[in-house]
Every structure is written in structure tokens, then in C-alpha cells.
Write a protein that binds this ligand. Structure first.
Ligand code: NAD
Length: 505
């Protein structure tokens, strides 16, 4: 039996429960069908066959979940930070214990390859440990002296929050948003993406088995325009942590206006990787290729625009094209696979349409550009590179969210910076140069929330994560997450009986 066949058999064991029983919502510690009894189907992008029927939550389900989160909030918020820390570590331990199951289910549900997903559960556990360790200090504040006054700040959890996540790496992203909310003392209603709902179900089970009190974390499956919208409008929900498309962020801002929702948005990107001729070009090529073709290119921080200094443009793009052509496309559970099928036929169509648009715009296809006939006949698209592009093209301006890279030449630093910034997004940027002074100057002016110099995206959890412009509002990571999930309160004490104006005395 090949390793792939072995993995498929193992995945089938993990999926058997989903094939046999509906994926239910989870409200106030109970697994429940949708109030309406409706269900929707989730398919595998590998063969487009249904994997599971999922409870189709709507406003009534969200209402029950929000009420449960509201009821659970006072006790959870009052729990000492040390106790929350212990509990969140237990959740992390339980995630690690089921890491293989999580990885295999994620691959089958999303099409992401095991090569990258095998670590997703461990990174999810790390997210829990990171925020667990900070839970005891989450409420700490500052002391600010002024005259005869001492101001003391403290932080309190904001209340029940809504977390809405996308389909690309659902397990990791759910932990990234939910762990800090719980560590801060908030209760949660989670609405995962309808294209990949399975690992969110595993995650909440794991959390409750580890001892999380009922109602602290609730799960409602359903569509964005329905369950998602209801969550953003619910008066008991005090804040929305959202990861997804920029235009959905705009909708959520409108939907949340009536109830004055606090919002935190991690949105789309069209991130430049800028390569100067003085860079270590071998490493720059490794990083550029990795950042666009790993995770099927369905990655918010993917380096989807390759800006290359004119003198090395042809040789550098030839190197990238060669690599792109050699990347293995295949079944996500094949240990050799780099690029698996895209999430859904709807998304595959969008990516292929962009490839058509690039050709109509006059860019040259230097690699890929076609649907790939992969195992199962699912949504495979070959790693694609466009050369001869310019920044005005739609393939250089719009987020494609697939394995499609657009390469544009620049003649000098000023032009590189202008091209890099001439886009409505500003999530991440990657700069390759051996000139440290230039690196300082360039990064100072590059419009992005996160910039890596001579590196691919390597996350350091205490560092801030988030974007500028249309890529987001707010930062996650370190203490920034707590600032979002908590309110800062100031109490002023006086140290002497100062004069108070005696109006009407
Ligand atoms: P999406 O915006 O279509 O959906 C994200 C979530 O929002 C889903 O759960 C969906 O059901 C829900 N939703 C949709 N409409 C809604 C509405 N009106 N009200 C409330 N909720 C609604 O995004 P997607 O296609 O699932 O994910 C891909 C996008 O996510 C890309 O743009 C990508 O860049 C972005 N993303 C960003 C980050 C980041 O950290 N910045 C990380 C991963 C993905």
C-alpha cells in the first residue's frame, strides 16, 4: 500500500463520523441541529463529493448562541487568570493529542496539502499556549501620576464576542482568534466559513472535553449573509473579530453600526515581494516561490506581486518559472504534494477567470495557467506565473487568492516603492536587498502592516499581525489582541483635599 493509500484510508476513518452524522451546532454545551432543521452539504475539493451535512444556522440559532455566551460571561470573566491559563493549556494539550485527526480532516475539507497542514494543529496549540501564559496579566494596567492625583488603569473583558473565520486555513485561524478572546475573559460565538466547517467542530469538542464550561464557546454553522450577518447585528455581542475578504469587512462594518460593534478586521492582500539585484537571489527565489505556491496560494500574506529590478528581471523570473513548473500538484494527502485542489469550484472558476484576464491584458504566461487534471478530478490549478505585466493590470491589483504570481520589472528604488504602494491593500511586504540602509529607508515608506526583510513570512507570536489600507483594522498578537477583546478603565484617586469649585454654595 502506498503512503497516499495509507493516508486516504486513515482520513476515511477520521471522516466516518462526519459521513454518518450531521455536523451540529454547539450551543450552551449541547450539540444541536439548526432551529429550522435545515442542513447544507460540504464537499471535498478533491472529488467534489459530499463529505457531510451541516446544520444550517440562521438568526434564531445565533440568538440562542449569543444568549448562552451572555449568560456564561460573568462567571468566565470572574475566573482568576491563573485558572483560565491552566484550562487553555489543557485545550492545547488536547489539540496536540488529536493533531493527526485535525490535519487529515483539514486536508480533506479544504484541499490544503498535508505537507503544510501537518503542522496546523500544532500551531493552533501554540496559539492557545501563547495566550494562556498571558491570561494572568491581561487585566494589568498602568499607574499615571498627575498633581495630587493617581490614575490607575485596568482592563476588563468587553463581553461576549463574535468570531467569523474564512475557509483557507480554518483550524489555525480559529485558534488564533478564539484563544486570545478566551484568555481575556470573553465568551465566544464562532461562525466558521461554510466551505470548510469540519475542524471548527473538532475544536469546540476538544475545548469542552478539556473542561471549558458550557456556554463559554458556542458554534453556529451557516452562511455569511445569514448566520454571519445575524451575529454582527446581535445586541448581546460586543465585538466582532473577523478574518476574510475586504468587501465582507465593509458589509460587517455597516451591519454592526446599529449596535456600535467594535470590529477587528484581518482582510485581503496583494502583497509585494521586492527583489533588488544586490540580494541573495537564490534565497529570494526560494522565498518568493514558497510564499505564493504554498497553501495553494490561498493565503492572505501570499507574495502575489513579484517586483524585480530590471537588470535581473529575465533571469530571476526564468528561475521562478522553472520552479513553478516543477512543483508537485496532487492529492493533498500525498506527502510529496505541494499544491492541492482549490477550496471549491466557485473559487476555482474565479482563479481561472483571472488567468484569462491576465492573458487578455497582455501579460505573458511563463508557467502554468491551466486547470490540472489531478486525482479525483477536483479543483486543481497549476502554479502560474505571469511575466511582462504592469501594475495597472487587474492581475496586479486584485486579490486572486490562488497559485498565481504576477511579475513586474522596476528600474530603481523610487519606482519599486511607487509600484509596491500603488495598490489598495497593505497587509504584508517582503524586501530582498543586501543594502541595510536601503532596507531601512524602503521599509519606512512601504505601506504594509507587516514587512519581512530577506525572509519569507516567519511568524513571531508576540509581534503584531495585521494590515493597513484595505487589508484591515487593528492588530493581533501579543498584547494587541487583549486591547481588542478588553476595555481599558481608568480610576482616579486624589491624595489630598484639593479645592473644588463651590457652584451655588
Ligand atoms: P469571506 O469574506 O467571503 O468569508 C469569511 C467569513 O465571513 C465566512 O465565514 C463567511 O461566511 C462570512 N461572511 C460572509 N458574508 C458575511 C456577512 N455579510 N456578514 C457576516 N459574515 C459574513 O472570505 P473567504 O473567501 O472565506 O476567505 C478569503 C479571504 O480571507 C481573502 O480575502 C483572504 O485574504 C482573507 N484572509 C485574511 C487573513 C488575514 O489575516 N488578513 C487571513 C486569511 C484569509
Amino acid at each position: 500500500m502506498s503512503k497516499l493509500d495509507e493516508n486516504i484510508a486513515k482520513a476515511e476513518d477520521f471522516l466516518a463520523r462526519f459521513r454518518e452524522h450531521d455536523v451540529l451546532n454547539h450551543i450552551n454545551g449541547e450539540s444541536v441541529p439548526a432551529v429550522s432543521g435545515e442542513r447544507f452539504e460540504t464537499i471535498s475539493p478533491i472529488d467534489l463529493k459530499p463529505i457531510a451535512k451541516v446544520a444550517l444556522g440562521r438568526a434564531a440559532d445565533v440568538d440562542l448562541a449569543a444568549k448562552a455566551a451572555k449568560e456564561a460571561f460573568p462567571a468566565w470573566a470572574a475566573m482568576p487568570g491563573d485558572a483560565r491559563k491552566k484550562l487553555l493549556h489543557k485545550i492545547a494539550d488536547a489539540i496536540v493529542a488529536r493533531a493527526e485527526e485535525i490535519a487529515f480532516v483539514e486536508c480533506m475539507d479544504t484541499g490544503q496539502s498535508l505537507k503544510f497542514m501537518s503542522k496546523a494543529a500544532l500551531r493552533g496549540a501554540e496559539n492557545f499556549r501563547f495566550f494562556a501564559d498571558r491570561a494572568p496579566e491581561a487585566r494589568d494596567g498602568k499607574t499615571l501620576r498627575g498633581g495630587n492625583q493617581i490614575n490607575m488603569t485596568t482592563r476588563v473583558p468587553i463581553g461576549p464576542v463574535g468570531i467569523i473565520t474564512p475557509w483557507n486555513t480554518p483550524f489555525m485561524l480559529s485558534t488564533w482568534k478564539i484563544a486570545p478572546a478566551l484568555a481575556a475573559g470573553c465568551t465566544v460565538v464562532h461562525k466558521p466559513a461554510e466551505f470548510s466547517p469540519l475542524t471548527a467542530r473538532l475544536l469546540i469538542e476538544i475545548a469542552e472535553e478539556a473542561g471549558l464550561p458550557k456556554g463559554v464557546w458556542n458554534l453556529v454553522n451557516g452562511f455569511g449573509e445569514d448566520a454571519g450577518k445575524a451575529l454582527t447585528e446581535h445586541p448581546a455581542i460586543k465585538a466582532i473579530g473577523f478574518v476574510g475578504e475586504s468587501r465582507t469587512g465593509s458589509m460587517i462594518m455597516k451591519q454592526g453600526a446599529e449596535t456600535l460593534k467594535r470590529v477587528h478586521f484581518e482582510l485581503g492582500g496583494k502583497n509585494p515581494v521586492i527583489v533588488f539585484a544586490d540580494a541573495d537571489l537564490e534565497r529570494a527565489a526560494d522565498a518568493a516561490v514558497f510564499m505564493i505556491y504554498s497553501l495553494n496560494g490561498e493565503r492572505c500574506t501570499s507574495s502575489s506581486r513579484l517586483l524585480v529590478e530590471e537588470s535581473i528581471y529575465d533571469s530571476f523570473t526564468a528561475k521562478v518559472a522553472e520552479r513553478a513548473k516543477r512543483i508537485k500538484i496532487g492529492h493533498p494527502l500525498d506527502p510529496e504534494t505541494v499544491v492541492g485542489p482549490l477550496i471549491h469550484p466557485v473559487h476555482e472558476k474565479k482563479v481561472l477567470e483571472y488567468i484569462g484576464i491576465g492573458q487578455q491584458e497582455g501579460a505573458t504566461l511563463a508557467a502554468g495557467g491551466t486547470k490540472f487534471d489531478g486525482p479525483g478530478g477536483g479543483c486543481y490549478v497549476s502554479p502560474t506565473l505571469f511575466t511582462g505585466a504592469n501594475n495597472g493590470m487587474r492581475i496586479a491589483q486584485e486579490e486572486i487568492f490562488g497559485p498565481v504570481l504576477t511579475a513586474i520589472p522596476f528600474k530603481d528604488e523610487a519606482e519599486a516603492l511607487a509600484l509596491a504602494n500603488d495598490v489598495r491593500y497593505g497587509l504584508a511586504g517582503y524586501l530582498w536587498t543586501s543594502d541595510v540602509t536601503r532596507a531601512f529607508r524602503f521599509t519606512d515608506h512601504l505601506e504594509a502592516g507587516m514587512i519581512w526583510v530577506n525572509s519569507e513570512n516567519v511568524r513571531h507570536l508576540p509581534a503584531p499581525f495585521g494590515g493597513v489600507k484595505n487589508s484591515g483594522i487593528g492588530r493581533d498578537g501579543g498584547d494587541w489582541s487583549f486591547d481588542f477583546y478588553m476595555e481599558t478603565k481608568n480610576v482616579a484617586f486624589v491624595s489630598s483635599a484639593h479645592a473644588i469649585q463651590r457652584l451655588g454654595a
